[in-house]
Structures are given as C-alpha cells and as structure tokens.
Design a protein around this ligand. Structure first.
Ligand code: ASP
Length: 440
C-alpha cells in the first residue's frame, strides 16, 4: 500500500469545525497514514495563534507578571476544540505541567512546542490514531543543527510499529533530551522529514489556500494557481518572496525525490499545487511558472577604468562586504563597472565606511549608491531557451512605462531577474503577469 504523509497547518486545526474537515480528509483515504500537525492557528483575522499566546506567557513569567489570565486563554482554546468534538478527553494534567514549567522558567523552546504537542494529542484521540511525541522521533546535534542520521534511523523504525499515527510538528530533542524547535512555521519541516524517513509516496501539505499562486494576490487580482512546479523553480520563487511552505521543508523530500502536494483544507476538491523533482514543459504550459519579487534593495556600483583585466578586483570589493557580514544578492558586471546588489537594511548605517574601504582597497574611480530598488524574478522551466521571452518581457515593461535598472540572466536557465525602482514594483509585476499569463 502507498504511504501518504500529511501535514495540517494552524488554520486547518484552529477549532472543532476545522478538525472535522481534517478528519474527513484523512479518513477518505486509507493511504493517509501519518499526520503532522501545527498548533491551533487563527480562527478569524484578529485572532491570536496559540504559539504566540505561549510566547506571551513565557515573556510575562520572565518579567514576573501574573500569567493566570493569559494561560487560561490557552486552556480555553484547547477545551473549546475538545468540547466542539464531543470528546471524553481531558488535557488538565498537561495544562498543569505546562503552567508549572512556565512559572519555573522552563526553556522557551519547550513552551513554544506545547501547542503542537497538545493539538496532536487531541487529533490522535479524535481519529483513533496513535500519538507519537516528536521528542522521540526528531533529533538535533549538539550544535543545534538537524541530526539527519539519528532521526531517519529512529523514525523509520518507530513508525514501522504504528500503522496510523499523529505526530506534533515543529520540534524534536537535543542530545540531552531537551526540547528544541525549528524556526517558526517549522511543522512543514517535520512533515517533510517524516515523509522522507519512511519513503512516503507523497507529502501532502494542507493549508488554507488552494496552492501556490502565479503572482502576489495583493498586487494581481485573482492570480492563477500553479498546477505543477519543480523544486528548483519553487526555490527561486520562494527566495523572491512567494511563500507557501517553509523554505527548509523542501530539502528532506527533495533528496528522496518525493513530491509535495499543497492542498486546501477548506476546498479539498481543488488539486492544489504539485511540487515535483523536475517538471517537463508541456504543450499547453504557460511560458512562465510564476513571478515574484521584493523591495528594499540597494545597488553599489564600483567604476574603475581597465577594471576587467585586473586580477582580484571583484574579490577585493566583495571582501569589504564580507568583512561587514553583508551577503550580496546579485552581482551584475559591465566592462569597467561592477554592481553589488544587497538588502538596503544591511548597509544603510554603514554606507560611508563601505565607500571609504572600497576606494581604499581597489582604488575605484567612482562609487555610486542607489537605494529604493525592487528585484523581480520571472521564473519558468526552459524560459530562457524559449524564443521571444526576453522580447515579450522588455516590451511589456516598456509599454507600462517602466525603466529597467538591472538585468541578470544567464546564470540560471530558470529565470530572468530584473531590478526596477520600488515605485514601479507593483506596475511591473502586473505588466509581466498580464503579458505572460493573461495573454498566454
Ligand atoms: N506553531 C508554530 C508557528 O506558529 C509552528 C508551525 O505552525 O509550523 O510558527
């Protein structure tokens, strides 16, 4: 029988009604065997996620404030779910232990992880599945990096003796047994690790949208859902700000060539987005898979006559950035110029130092700082090889009266990256979407 690993996000498990939808999805397919869960998320726009409520209690206790009321609200969230599901089940003992840990200044990782722990207990009870604590399944090394070796060995062997199980996402344990969490949104990573460890056929990631969108819905009205996307395309789009799954969740399944299917708990009949090892271009594919971008970049252009033949020039410029621990994003070069594109926030306070050091180290003729840049990635398999793609891109931007400040193309056959002024950011995304998606 095939094995499917499912992960449900916070909004999918925010109240009893959502639990019922989740149960229907799981029970409709006997291959859906291992379920990873987040803590209860928002039930409505202004609601507070349980993980944030736990964080608040932790901070209050640290400041020696009374946590009774704040902690009661957390108990109420879980009891509301238990009551809505008519379960004969109590978490009172767990609440007592967690509250005591907060008052005794337990570790923040332990406390933040309790939302997933309690939610998984409720779902296991409701489904009649086994509950397995992630503390016994997911391991970290002494330096807090993920311990792949131990985790995969232990996970595969423990899961073999549980046909159906619910596992809390987001955390695991250090070599001394103490709880450690991944970064926020980390249940996606747990799901990916579980899928990879037991060699699942698919990792279904259930959330509150019907997949990854071809453009930011805050800019483009009703953008289309991406049906299929390769891991590499996803990496490029998510790096440029299009998020649908935690960035680090790609790596475990990618290594084992397991596809991810992003699905919508509230619209389970939608196919969602399939993320696959490599997607071949189909006849009716659009030329692009998606467009994404970010604002807040600066370019530092260094000019020097006869720069190109000078050995070590680029290294010396980049060393200045390295010394200040500033990672660069792009590196377009000209004949006697090179530009370094960085996040504005990383240099804004040290512009003068950087300028002085570059003048000193490479004897530059001129250094120019341009702030207020937006970077946009236009991503598609074989995009760069498609005839006319560049012509269409530049014509669309020209018609929208947008001048292009930077072009980076060639180092990846998956994308064009362009820089435009931040003021033109939204208009550029709209023009690109309209050209490549609406016109097809
Ligand atoms: N509950 C955690 C968070 O809010 C982890 C997760 O949902 O994946 O970040």
């Amino acid at each position: 029988m095939k094995i499917k690993v499912l992960k449900f996000g916070g909004t999918s498990l925010a109240n009893g009604n959502q639990f019922k939808k989740v149960s229907k999805i799981i029970k409709s397919d006997p291959e859906r065997k291992y379920i990873v869960v987040s803590a209860p998320g928002k039930r409505f726009a202004d609601d507070v996620k349980v993980t944030d409520m736990l964080h608040k209690c932790f901070t209050m206790a640290k400041n020696n404030e009374n946590i009774d009321e704040a902690f009661q609200k957390i108990e109420d969230r879980f009891n509301e779910i238990i009551n809505e599901l008519n379960l004969d089940f109590s978490l009172d003992n767990e609440f007592k232990n967690i509250k005591a840990a907060i008052l005794h200044h337990g570790s923040s990782d332990y406390l933040l992880s309790r939302g997933e722990f309690l939610n998984a207990m409720i779902l296991a009870e409701y489904l009649g599945f086994d509950f397995i604590d992630a503390q016994k399944l997911i391991y970290f090394n002494e330096d807090e990096s993920f311990d792949e070796h131990t985790t995969y060995k232990v996970l595969a062997s423990i899961l073999r003796s549980h046909e159906y199980a619910v596992i809390p996402g987001f955390y695991g344990s250090m070599p001394n047994g103490k709880i450690k969490t991944f970064s926020r949104g980390g249940s996606d990573i747990t799901g990916s690790i579980v899928a990879s460890a037991i060699k699942a056929n698919i990792y279904e990631n259930w959330t509150d949208v019907s997949g990854m969108l071809m453009a930011d819905p805050r800019i483009v009205d009703n953008p289309k859902v991406i049906d299929i996307i390769s891991y590499s395309e996803l990496r490029e789009l998510s790096y440029m700000g299009a998020t649908v799954i935690h960035e680090d969740a790609i790596f475990p399944v990618r290594k084992s060539a397991i596809p991810i299917n992003i699905r919508n708990t509230n619209q389970p009949s939608d196919n969602g987005t399939k993320i696959v090892p490599s997607a071949l271009r189909q006849e009716d594919d659009k030329m692009i898979t998606g467009v994404a971008g970010k604002i807040g970049f600066s370019s530092i252009t260094v000019e020097k006559g006869m720069m190109n033949p000078e050995l070590g020039f680029a290294r010396k410029v980049l060393e200045v950035f390295e010394k200040h621990k500033i990672p660069f994003e792009h590196l377009p070069t000209g004949i006697d110029t090179m530009s370094v594109i960085v996040n504005t926030s990383s240099i804004i306070d040290i512009v003068d130092d950087i300028s002085v050091e570059i003048y000193r180290d490479v004897k530059a003729d001129n250094i120019k700082f341009d702030h207020g840049l937006a970077m946009i990635a236009i991503v598609g398999r074989n995009l760069v090889e498609s005839k006319g793609a560049a012509a269409r891109l530049f014509t669309a931007l020209c018609k929208a009266d947008i001048d292009i400040k930077m072009i980076d193309q060639g180092s990846s056959d998956l994308n064009f990256i362009i820089g435009v002024s931040e003021n033109n950011y939204a208009a550029a995304i709209k023009a690109i979407y309209s050209e490549f998606v609406e016109k097809h």
